[in-house]
Design a protein around this ligand. Structure first.
Ligand code: UD1
Length: 421
């Protein structure tokens, strides 16, 4: 398992380009199963999670041709209708094949994902969505088995007790494109990745209105055709580099991003004292002092994203006073806080709230990455800390950040990857 060695203390300076959004690319690849025509997704990031999704599509029997960053998928001929445990346990987003396989073939089996380091990951809303379209769902031996002679439109409320579900909204929307009649998704997630998937489905011939609002209307039943699509930029990667600029008291210009998708994040950066300039596809973040203390509460889009909570927790560890971070989406997503404390941070966890008493400096230590965004938080802390930080288990990071160390080093950071075979 690879490790990172980070020598902290250098302000990051320069320009960095973000990749296309992992969380858009994963459902887009699954959506290719909705047609037997060839679909093309462009500028696909070279990430572990993308490789896992491509492996799943191949296991299902789709033809996958990858020419550097262009991926062509053709789901024709005899296909398997199963997402096996061995793949789903590695990546929960494997779940995105549920809607397309069911809609196209009238039956499928998808392994239950179980939990992960950020807490329980239920799938009740996914089941609710496809059940509203006429599927019969049984759960046995760790698998969901969904069947339907033919799917029909339906009205379904997908807002759970934690708010809307991105995954369930996208899964239901994909299945509804082939379901006869009108489907209405109420309490839909409004994330940009939902909108991007809807744009791709529309390019394939689907009729979808309201994506990006809490009510999505899908007029389904027509066969879909192949399409070509360029996914949206990765807002979480952009937000991570914004924090990298602020935590190292540097100046970073982030290009190929969409600041419009980061409104809540930019508001918080300005509130803690960073200078932030934006244009349509560029963000520039600059600071030369410690951040001021602020309070953050994660929420569904357009609120502050849970996927940037860990990174901001690292930044606020160095604030001039006490901050709070309340995690409303994945309540136990605080393992990074305990590792940050090993670097000299002073963070108390009380239920779903982190109380962060800002310290003047962090010091390098050996720490362990627990999940994707927690790993990013530890890298950020290491870049700001005095001395050397060693991060173990960085395979989590490779799931969602393409060549993070290369990008950081181009900005003047000092990260070395130690390959361990
Ligand atoms: C997606 C993102 C993930 C992000 C999350 C929230 C991908 C591949 N992953 O995950 O990075 O952190 O959105 O923005 O895009 N829930 C239920 N029942 C369900 C499904 C979800 O109760 O059937 C709950 C979850 O436990 C959580 C909340 O709803 O508390 C939101 O989860 P959801 O939006 O579904 O997250 P994912 O789509 O899995």
């Amino acid at each position: 398992m690879d490790r990172f060695l980070i020598r902290g203390g250098t302000p990051l300076k320069g320009t960095v380009t973000t990749a296309r959004a992992k969380n858009a690319v994963l459902p887009l690849l699954a959506a290719c199963l909705l047609t037997e025509d060839t679909c093309i997704i462009e500028d696909v990031p070279l990430l572990e999670d993308v490789s896992t999704m491509l492996k799943l599509l191949k296991t299902i029997g789709a033809r996958v041709e990858q020419n550097n960053r262009t991926v062509k998928i053709t789901a024709r001929g005899k296909l398997n209708r199963e997402a096996p445990y061995d793949i789903v346990r590695r990546m929960r987003a494997s779940y995105y094949v549920l809607g397309p396989l069911l809609a196209r073939f009238g039956n499928c089996r998808v392994s239950l994902p179980g939990g992960c380091a950020i807490g329980p990951r239920p799938v009740d809303l996914h089941i609710k969505g496809i059940t509203a379209l006429g599927a019969r769902v049984t759960v046995a031996r760790g698998y969901i088995h969904a069947r339907a002679k033919s799917l029909h439109g339906g009205t379904v409320m997908l807002e759970g007790y934690k708010g809307p579900s991105v995954g369930a909204t996208i899964n239901t929307m994909m299945a509804a494109t082939l379901a006869r009649g009108e489907t209405v998704i109420e309490g839909a997630a409004c994330e940009p990745e939902v909108v991007d998937t809807a744009r791709f489905l529309s390019a394939m011939g689907a009729s979808i209105k309201g994506a990006g609002t809490p009510e999505i209307h899908i007029s389904g039943g027509k066969e879909l055709a192949g399409a070509r699509h360029l996914p949206i930029p990765d807002r979480i990667e952009a937000g991570t580099f914004a924090v990298a600029a602020a935590i190292t008291r540097g100046e970073v210009e982030i290009t190929n991003c969409c600041p419009e998708h980061l409104t809540a994040v930019i508001t918080k950066l300005r509130e803690l004292g960073a200078e932030v300039e934006t244009s349509a596809d560029r963000l520039c973040v600059r600071t030369n002092s410690r951040p001021g203390p602020i309070n953050i509460s994660t929420a569904p889009y357009p609120g502050f994203p849970t996927d940037l909570q860990a990174q901001f927790t690292a930044l606020l560890a160095l604030a001039r006073g006490t901050s709070t971070v309340t995690e409303n989406i994945f309540e136990s997503r605080f393992l990074h806080a305990l590792e940050l404390n090993r670097m000299g941070a002073s963070i108390d966890i009380n239920g779903n709230m982190a109380i962060i008493h800002g310290v003047e400096r962090l010091t390098g230590a050996q720490v362990m990455a627990s999940d994707l965004r927690a790993s990013a938080a530890l890298v950020l802390a290491g870049l700001a800390a005095r001395g050397q930080t060693e991060i173990l288990r960085i395979y989590h990071l490779d799931r969602g950040y393409e060549q993070l160390e290369k990008k950081v080093n181009q900005l003047g950071g000092k990260i070395k990857r130690i390959h361990v075979s």
